[in-house]
Design a protein around this ligand. Structure first.
Ligand code: NAD
Ligand code: G3P
Length: 325
């Protein structure tokens, strides 16, 4: 049996994919979500329109996960430490971290947060281009699965691979995490460009120059550039910047159309992780001396410290430079 923590769209989609091979127990915070998964095999709150396998069962009690050896950990990034802190981790289950973000305040990646909450538990990171609704419907999905060694990642990949769900093993945990966290911020930037009518040239420029930012930041944090060029970095960047299925892209479009961040985020149950990651990333990059002008622009827009014309002006008037370096 596999456990899943968090029954948002991605936790539910992963549970449904995993149920093709093993029984799954999913923990949800919301009693209504547990009730609809157990009685109707659906999660209309977070993943409407998808019929779930009867092999997925749900609980609101984290203690029910005790004894399960493999957990997919899928709450929003800012809650991951708190949720793990309440979980029965005595048996040191393998934790596959699936949230994409950087912890506010501490600037820690999810594996650093989990290592403190679950000392001694084997850790892995699953990240890549994966809209939940598509994975849940069994459409082909390939992701990076990073663990402490490529051997551990490969063994885990054997366990969680399914006919249309294909993990690629890696030993670069930091690289897999940074790609997923940074692409959400860049997707907001692409959304702003589209929402403000700046055109497709601008979107492509943000993707390419954003990828340069992601690589600079990742390498400074110890990632390998080749990981950032893979599924969890460039792959997810292209997906998220190219589709209005992305919540981050849609948030950016609302900003580009003139809404404030408060207006664009009001009443939303679902998470656009880039909104929480952007200020943390801007701070962490400044602290590390890494130049990330697009991410910094997103952070100032979200904070209401600049308008779209102002950030455009700032970006376009930076000194001309060589493309590489
Ligand atoms: N949705 C996707 O397509 C997708 C794909 C890959 C990765 N992810 C990542 O998965 C993570 C979860 O996103 P999602 O899309 O499944 O969520 P979601 O937006 O569908 O749902 C929100 C989730 O937040 C949880 N939540 C709200 N307040 C909370 C709190 N105080 N403590 C703990 N949990 C709380 C809710 O219970 C719910 O599970 C994010 O890091 C996201 O970037 C999402
Ligand atoms: O809807 P988004 O922007 O959170 O993107 C979802 C996934 O991260 C895509 O891989």
């Amino acid at each position: 049996m596999i456990a899943v923590i968090g029954a948002g769209a991605w936790g539910t989609a992963l549970a449904n994919a995993m149920a093709q091979g093993e029984d799954v127990l999913i923990w949800a915070r919301e009693p209504d979500v547990v009730a609809s998964i157990n009685s109707d095999h659906s999660n209309p709150l977070f993943l409407p329109g998808v019929e779930l396998s009867a092999r997925v069962r749900a609980t609101t009690d984290l203690r029910d996960l005790a004894g399960i050896d493999l957990w997919l950990v899928v709450p929003p990034a800012q809650f991951l430490g708190r949720v793990l802190g309440s979980a029965p981790l005595e048996a040191k289950p393998t934790l596959v971290l699936c949230a994409k973000g950087i912890e506010a305040g501490s600037h820690r990646l999810m594996a650093e947060v989990a290592a403190e909450a679950a000392p001694g538990a084997p850790l892995a990171v699953l990240s890549g281009p994966s809209f939940a609704a598509e994975t849940a419907r069994g459409l082909p999905t390939a992701v990076t699965l990073a663990a402490a060694s490529e051997g551990q990642a490969a063994a885990l990949a054997e366990r969680i691979a399914r006919p249309t769900f294909r993990p690629y093993a890696s030993d670069d945990i930091v690289g897999a995490e940074i790609g997923g966290a940074v692409k959400n911020v860049l997707a907001i930037a692409c959304g702003v460009a589209i929402g403000a009518g700046l055109g497709e040239n601008a979107r492509a420029a943000i993707i390419a120059r954003g990828f340069a930012e992601m690589t600079r930041f990742g390498v400074a944090r110890g990632a390998r550039a080749e990981t950032l060029a893979g599924l969890s970095g460039l792959g997810d960047l292209v997906l998220t910047c190219g589709s209005t299925q992305s919540r981050n892209m849609r948030l950016g479009m609302a900003l580009g159309e003139g809404q404030t961040a408060e207006q664009a985020l009001a009443g939303k149950l679902s998470v656009a992780e880039g909104a929480a990651t952007a200020p943390v990333l801007a701070e962490a990059a400044a602290k590390a001396g890494v130049d990330m002008p697009i991410s910094a622009a997103v952070a100032s827009l979200l904070a209401g410290q600049a308008t779209v014309p102002e950030v455009m002006d700032r970006l376009l008037n930076r000194p001309l430079r060589a493309e590489v370096r």
